[in-house]
Structure formats: structure tokens, C-alpha cells
Design a protein around this ligand. Structure first.
Ligand code: PBG
Length: 322
């Protein structure tokens, strides 16, 4: 027995010396939900410790996170039913509160990274990411709406546009509109391989954005498939994306791995709401240790090849490691 792998594990110093993957708060992007209200925070029932923040309180929340070392945020709007219509007009309206919050946050905290969500579902009476006609999700008719939304967000000062809608050709379409409007410095993180997943449930509760009819299987990917992820990534690269994303993360570590092996763009993992809920529930029951399970989960995404991770654990992770 010449080879004894345990020799390389015999002390903490040696274990640290040969450690391959690292995880720090620098890698994390914290999702925040914002409402058109004042002085109000409401916990999301299926996501312990995650809140919908009113537009004034979110400023304080970001300040607290920044003090803990969190520097990257993604913002999701909770839109009132009365503001929704079939064509998501409110998504780029001048009086849109989400755009106002983007402006305020970038004014208060110029050095943070602020990422947006681009899709019709928060603004649409149909609750789908694209335009719906006779039960069908129209692709090319959706693109101009996504592009208008993106330009409005760029104008408000967003750092990274985050198209989560899975329409074909949207990255190129949005890139062209951004460039034509003078926003060639605004980045795009494409939701490259976004699967039709059961793990988005708590997020749809948070936003009240579940589809009114049907499901998202004609645009989000089939969980059984891997090759399509490569095709989607090839298109995103061609169309000018700056980052690729895989979503969800935990059940899709092989997809993160294969994109990272085959493409030079950084790959981001979205550790989604259902993954958060499931770990919190087990920890609340005392079945799992919260801190070590969170760290191991996030580290597995880094090991798989994610350079950054969107995660609802970001703030807690910052606290744990401070
Ligand atoms: C919708 C969108 C979803 C998420 C992010 N953007 C839900 C969906 O596709 O239905 C899910 C995020 C999460 O579950 O944490 N454009």
C-alpha cells in the first residue's frame, strides 16, 4: 500500500494547502424582492428570513448587506395586479417604481453591482415570460418588449441586465438595442440554461407571478436534457452575452460543469428559491446543520465550475464568515 490518500488529509494546514475550490462572499449575488410601498417588510411564507421590501426599506437592507461585505444584488419587482396587462406596458413606463429603486440604489451605493430581471411575467396578466396569444407564447413579438424593458433599466443605471425569459434570439436583440441607445457598457447575464423546474415555487409565491394557464415547458428547458444547454450557450456567446447562467443549480451541477468546460465566458449558478426552502425546512426541523449545509451546498457549485452564485443564502453566508 504505497498510495495512502489520507496522508494529504492529516492536518488542517495540509488540507488547506491543497484545497481546490474556494468560496467567498465576493462570489455571491443576493436576490431582493421590492414592492411599491412605504415602510413595509413582509416575510415570504415559503422562504424563511426572506422579505418583500418596500422601496424605502430596501435602501437600508442593502446598506446592511454592504456592511457585511455583500457587493452584488439582483432585484425582482412585486407588481400590483392593477398595473399588469397583456403586453407588460408597465415594465418600461416612466413611473415604474422598479426603475426608481434602481436609480436610488445606484445613487446611494455606486460601487455595488446591481442586476435586473428581464421577462414579462411580473408585469403580465398572463403570468408568462412572453406574450400570450390563444394559449401560445409568441417569440419574436416578445423581443421588442424585452428590449424596451432592458433599455429602461440601463437608463436607470443597472449594471447587468438579466434576461430570464428564454425566448430565442433575445440576447442579440437586447444587445443591439442597448448599443443603439448608447448603453454599450451595460452587461448582459443570460439565463442560458433555465430549466422548467419545480424548484421555482416559492419565488412565484413571492412575486404572485405564477402562470394563469399552462406551464412554461415550451420555453424553459426539459430537465432531462443536456445537449440543449450547449446549443443555448453557443447562441448566447454569438449574440454577445457577458455571462452564462445555469438555473436551478443543485440538481444541475453537471450542466454547470459542462458549460464551464466548453465555454470561456464565466458561468453563474442560480441557487433558486426551492433549493433555499428545502434546506431551511430541514434545518428548522433540526435534521440538518444550517451553517455547514449552506457552505457545502454553495461550495459544490463553485467546484462544479460556477464563478458566481445567485443565492438567498448570501447575507447569512456573509454573517457566518465575517
Ligand atoms: C421569471 C423568473 C423565475 C425565477 C427568476 N425569474 C421564475 C419562473 O421562471 O417562473 C425563479 C427564481 C427562484 O426560484 O429563485 N422570469
Amino acid at each position: 500500500m504505497y498510495t495512502r490518500p489520507r496522508r494529504n488529509r492529516k492536518s488542517s494546514a495540509i488540507r488547506n494547502m491543497i484545497e481546490e475550490s474556494h468560496l467567498s462572499v465576493n462570489h455571491l449575488i443576493y436576490p431582493l424582492f421590492v414592492t411599491d410601498e412605504e415602510n413595509k417588510k413582509t416575510e415570504i411564507s415559503s422562504m424563511p428570513n426572506i422579505f418583500r421590501w418596500s422601496k424605502d426599506l430596501i435602501i437600508k437592507e442593502v446598506e446592511e448587506c454592504v456592511k457585511l461585505g455583500v457587493q452584488n444584488f439582483v432585484l425582482f419587482p412585486v407588481v400590483q395586479e392593477v398595473k399588469k396587462d397583456k403586453v407588460a406596458t408597465y415594465s418600461y413606463a416612466d413611473d415604474n417604481f422598479y426603475l426608481e429603486v434602481i436609480k436610488n440604489l445606484k445613487r446611494e451605493f455606486p460601487s455595488i453591482t446591481l442586476m435586473s430581471d428581464v421577462a414579462l411575467d411580473p408585469y403580465s396578466t398572463d403570468g408568462h415570460d412572453g406574450l400570450v396569444e390563444n394559449g401560445e407564447i409568441l417569440n419574436d413579438e416578445t423581443l421588442p418588449i424585452l428590449a424596451k424593458m432592458s433599455v429602461a433599466q440601463a437608463q436607470a443605471g443597472i449594471d447587468i441586465i438579466g434576461p430570464s425569459d428564454m425566448m430565442d434570439g433575445r440576447i442579440g436583440f437586447i444587445r443591439e438595442m442597448l448599443d443603439e441607445s448608447g448603453y454599450s457598457n451595460t452587461s448582459i447575464m443570460s439565463y442560458t440554461a433555465k430549466y422548467a423546474s419545480a424548484f421555482y415555487g416559492p419565488f412565484r409565491d413571492a412575486l404572485d407571478s405564477a402562470p394563469k394557464a399552462g406551464d412554461k415547458k415550451t420555453y424553459q428547458m426539459n430537465p432531462a436534457n443536456k445537449k440543449e444547454a450547449i446549443l443555448e450557450a453557443m447562441l448566447d456567446v454569438e449574440e454577445g452575452a457577458d455571462f452564462l447562467m445555469v438555473k436551478p443549480a443543485l440538481a444541475y451541477l453537471d450542466i454547470i460543469h459542462i458549460l464551464n468546460e466548453n465555454f470561456t465566458l464565466p458561468v453563474t449558478a442560480y441557487n433558486v428559491s426551492g433549493e433555499y426552502a428545502m434546506l431551511c425546512a430541514a434545518a428548522q426541523k433540526g435534521w440538518l446543520n444550517y451553517e455547514s449545509s449552506v457552505q457545502e451546498t454553495l461550495l459544490s457549485m463553485r467546484r462544479a465550475g460556477a464563478s458566481s452564485i445567485l443565492t438567498y443564502f448570501a447575507k447569512d453566508f456573509a454573517k457566518m464568515t465575517k
